[in-house]
Design a binder for this molecule. Structure first.
Ligand SMILES: Nc1ncnc2c1ncn2[C@@H]1O[C@H](COP(=O)(O)OP(=O)(O)OP(=O)(O)O)[C@@H](O)[C@H]1O
Ligand SMILES: [Mg+2]
Length: 225
């Protein structure tokens, strides 16, 4: 799959509430960045399949569309991240950079959006969870910050996996994606665990809000339906 200016993951036709919700997310992220500047963003969630890869990809596209230099880096070393979705799993990437085996220019993958680049997990994916706790990962984060205004890391869930907790303190901020139907206590526990690891929580992104559940979506459909 290619990233283009026309597609959002999971999108239906343009002008939908879905597309608009990502414009709202972009606006919130840019407003937050004005108040408390950040560049590296870890995207995680309490559990599996809550929409991390979808959200991080679409947020990257939305930032790219307003010409914000953005890199989406795949830090999900269990092959559930953007490298799998885009079919770039065999490319050099984050792990190779940590091991000093490639230069950043060789690893960055262009997209149809000039401001948006992808960084795959890399060829040493099995070593990813260990590399996530090394100083070399912090160095690579520093390199990425020099190349882009925003570096979005697609990561593992918190429950059952070490990587998100390992990286939580190595990034400027953490966004937690949570399904709307998740229990508040589960989300709270996830936030507590991340904070214990030194995370600065930028916000919680609620995914899979049903139109019938949301006054905002009802209003949208009334005006544009
Ligand atoms: N808002 C949404 N509406 C419809 N489908 C969605 C939505 N968000 C995610 N999905 C679908 O749900 C599935 C899981 O999403 P995704 O892969 O983004 O989750 P994830 O949190 O990255 O999963 P994992 O923990 O396995 O990495 C995908 O098939 C995706 O297309
Ligand atoms: Mg994923």
């Amino acid at each position: 799959m290619l990233i283009t200016t026309e597609t959002l993951l999971g999108a239906d036709p343009p002008r939908s509430a879905y597309l608009e919700s990502y414009r709202v997310l972009r606006s919130s992220v840019l407003a937050l960045n004005e108040k408390e500047p950040f560049q590296t963003v870890l995207v995680t969630s309490p559990g599996q399949g809550e929409g991390k890869t979808t959200v991080v990809t679409n947020l990257g596209i939305m930032l790219g569309l307003v010409e914000k230099p953005t890199i989406i880096a795949d830090a999900d070393f269990y092959a559930e991240g953007i490298s799998e979705v885009l079919g770039t799993a065999d490319a050099v990437g984050l792990t190779d950079l940590c091991l000093g085996q490639v230069q950043l220019d060789e690893a960055l993958i262009e997209t149809e959006i000039p401001s948006l680049h992808i960084l795959s997990t890399g060829t040493q994916i099995d070593r990813g969870p260990e590399l996530a706790v090394t100083g070399s990962m912090k160095q690579v984060m520093g390199q990425l910050k020099e190349r882009a205004e925003f570096v979005l890391l697609d990561c593992t869930p918190v429950s059952g996996f070490a990587t998100a907790l390992s990286l939580a303190g190595a990034v400027d901020t953490v966004f937690v994606v949570s399904l709307a139907r998740s229990q508040a206590t589960v989300v709270q526990r996830c936030l507590d665990e991340l904070r214990e690891r030194g995370a600065n929580i930028g916000g919680v992104i609620v995914n899979d809000v049903l139109p019938s559940d949301s006054a905002v979506h009802r209003a949208f459909h009334r005006y544009y339906g």
